[in-house]
Design a protein around this ligand. Structure first.
Ligand SMILES: NC(=[NH2+])NCCC[C@H](N)C(=O)O
Ligand SMILES: [Mn+2]
Length: 288
């Protein structure tokens, strides 16, 4: 059984459209009349380049607690953003739950145009949705590395990225230093998506639990314009359904995120409709 819930996080990027985008989905689609966790607004100080740090941290902590309780009652979470900073809450919950319950590590599949692996030392924008993966690795500001439990939540060898096409230079250094497996969109076009999925599946097949985090900006903004940080090129609908179908059939997916839908930039509800269809697809394909 699935539990679908969301958080209209926007303080990780500061795009105002994200504030109402989750409500837009909730009002428009019957399958998305979902539980909603609020952003928890905190007092901020100016001691860090990370914008809205205390607010994002408090909100991620509440996401992590809610998600952990969903996993505890045996449901499969499908979590809707908000900006991608929310993955620090959701993916932390999956990792801590799996460690507490089975004593095992969790894997992370990150489908995104961006690597989101800056730190407070490397970020140019100061937007926290650009740093969550380093936080999950235990790097960067300590306010972002202790959700539910102190310390790293994922090992670099248990992470795979699919579809990167906008990597900041310091992010490339971190990806290579950490020896994280990543497929750029260009490489996927060269090799073929099926081959890259086969390799992804092989790389993660030793894991019994995987968190799948899907950023809509991994898709071509000409097709899916409703995102805050569009990058030219990217996946189409068919690619995304193929990825989800194979990953769901051939790996053990414990939990899902779908993030970064921004209604302000959508055209003719194309992106909104797709979010609803993707949730439907996951629910129908899910074996549980
Ligand atoms: N989840 C996203 N859309 N992330 C975009 C990050 C963009 C850029 N790399 C930054 O650090 O700000
Ligand atoms: Mn992202």
């Amino acid at each position: 059984m699935f539990s679908i819930f969301g958080c209209p996080m926007h303080h990780g990027v500061g795009a105002p459209g994200l504030k109402y985008s989750l409500d837009y989905l909730r009002n428009r689609y019957e399958n998305l009349r979902i539980a909603k966790l609020p952003e928890i607004i905190m007092e901020e100080d100016a001691s860090t380049p990370l914008k809205n740090l205390n607010t994002v941290a408090a909100t991620c902590q509440s996401i992590a607690q809610y998600m952990y309780s969903v996993l505890e009652i045996g449901k499969t979470p499908i979590f809707l953003g908000g900006d991608h900073s929310v993955v620090m809450g959701s993916a932390s919950a999956s990792s801590v739950y799996v460690k507490d319950t089975f004593g095992e590590d969790t894997g992370l599949i990150y489908i995104d145009a961006h690597a989101d692996i800056n730190t407070d030392q490397t970020t140019v924008t100061g937007n926290i949705h650009g740093v969550p993966v380093s936080a999950l690795l235990g790097m960067g500001n300590p306010k972002l590395t202790g959700f539910l439990k102190e310390g790293p939540k994922y090992k670099p060898e248990n992470i795979v990225y699919l579809g990167l096409r906008d990597i900041d230079p310091p992010e490339l250094t971190i990806l290579n230093e950490q020896k994280i497996l990543y497929y750029t969109y260009e490489e996927i076009c060269d090799k073929g998506l099926d081959q890259c999925l086969t390799e992804t599946i092989r790389h993660l097949s030793h894991l019994n639990h995987i968190h799948l985090s899907f950023d809509i900006d991994s898709m071509d903004p000409d097709i899916m314009p409703g995102v805050s940080v569009p990058v030219p090129g990217g996946f189409d609908e068919e690619d995304v359904f193929l990825m989800f179908r194979r990953l769901m059939n051939e790996l053990h997916i414990l939990s899902y995120d779908i993030v970064e839908f921004n209604q302000e930039y959508d055209k003719g509800n194309r992106t909104a409709d797709f979010v609803s269809e993707l949730v439907d697809f996951i629910e129908k394909s899910g074996k549980n």
